[in-house]
Ligand binder design. Structure first.
Ligand code: PLP
Length: 362
């Protein structure tokens, strides 16, 4: 979440006065900034992060029955995008340490129908891409990274968005950079970029010449104008979030049954969420901790209360296939996220840490 200021106001007004309200020069500026943020050669702006995932999958020209392996622990958009692309979803379990897809669990799910591995950089922490890239190379799979929560994060020194085939980001109102609604696909692959641009705009390169069946997934100039000024602040946003995370980890480590989040070695975490695990060694249950924090007016939230497939609407769904993921299902009962955003003052940070210490005691 970014509070908008005078720069966003000025750019939005500029767009309004220009009279061109959708996909034009402001969207081009937004795309250039997304290339700069990721180091990718191409950025294709779309209307939201779910669309970005769906169109990235569609660009791979999946056939009915083709399988996408993703993480069992993610926001539902990841699964819905796979279903929207007509593919079949299978779920790898996670590593409890970093909340991200377990490469060994993903490897166990590969069948002859597998086409894509879709890791999610959950809470802003890069998933372990090296073994996933190896797996993809061995089985000729595409990689689509869900980086909706991970603007600016780095894996082994490389910014997310260039490390594999395609990456998608969301600019939804609560994300680390935001335009109300918005999304982007980044890639170094020229042919995929070309296809993504066609799919975004009814398959048109030239007006009323339809090359493929497409969509209207365009981003508005107004939304782009809200996001554009924020990129210059990304380094500060990331540093402030990292400093808050560091503070919490120092203040909350060693409490019985409270596990503070880790940063993978050689990675830079975007700290979209700061997520504690409340285990059975804690004198209070996770739900009690959340209730106590909310009573103390702390915006503690559970992301996410269940494994992504664990809802009635997906049970028995012919394209949602799982035998269960025990780690994800357990961790969903342990997590609680506390505010870590860049607008926290030092006294608010203090207050949150004190409230957590008291909420996790008997
Ligand atoms: C927010 C989010 C999305 C979807 O983005 P929208 O812009 O809200 O459509 C996808 N995946 C994850 C992990 C997200 O957090």
């Amino acid at each position: 979440m970014v509070k908008c200021g005078p720069e966003e106001e000025a750019l939005v007004l500029q767009v309004l006065r220009s009279g061109s309200l959708t996909q034009g020069t402001m969207v081009q500026r937004f795309e250039a900034l997304c290339c700069e943020m990721t180091g990718a050669n191409h950025a294709i702006a779309v209307n939201n992060g779910t669309t970005a995932l769906a169109v990235a999958l569609e660009a791979l020209q999946l056939q009915p029955g083709d399988e996408v392996i993703t993480s069992a622990f993610t926001f539902v958009a990841t699964l819905n995008a796979i279903l929207a692309a007509g593919a079949t979803a299978r779920f790898a379990d996670i590593d409890a340490d970093d909340f991200n897809i377990s490469p060994t669990s993903a490897a166990d799910l590969v069948t002859k129908r597998t086409r894509v591995v879709l890791p999610v950089h959950l809470f802003g922490q890069p998933a372990d891409l090296a073994p996933l890239n190896d797996l993809a190379t061995r089985h000729d799979l595409a990689i689509v990274e869900d980086a909706a929560q991970a603007h600016g994060a780095r894996y082994h020194g490389t910014r997310l968005g260039t490390t594999a085939g395609q990456a998608t980001f969301s600019f939804y109102a609560t994300k680390n950079l935001q335009s109300g609604e918005g999304g982007v696909v980044t890639t170094d692959d020229d042919a995929l970029a070309e296809r993504l641009r066609l799919l975004r705009n009814h398959g048109m390169r030239t007006r009323y010449e339809y090359e493929i069946a497409g969509h209207n997934y365009r981003l508005t100039e107004l939304a782009a104008a809200v996001a554009v000024p924020q990129f210059a602040r990304l380094a500060d946003i990331m540093a402030a979030r990292a400093a808050n995370a560091e503070y919490f980890s120092q203040n909350l480590s060693g409490l019985p049954g409270v596990v503070t989040p880790v940063t993978r070695p050689d990675c830079e975490h975007a700290w979209h969420q700061y997520t504690l695990r409340i285990t059975s060694d804690c004198p209070a249950t996770r739900d009690e901790v959340v209730r106590r924090l909310n009573e103390a007016a702390i915006g503690a939230m559970v992301y996410y209360p269940r494994a992504v497939y664990d809802y009635d609407c997906y049970r028995g769904h012919p394209r949602v296939i799982t035998n269960g993921c025990p780690v994800a299902e357990r961790v969903a009962g342990e997590v609680v996220s506390i505010p870590v955003h860049q607008h926290l003052s030092e006294s608010e940070r203090d207050e949150i840490a004190t409230a957590v210490r008291s909420a996790v005691s008997a």
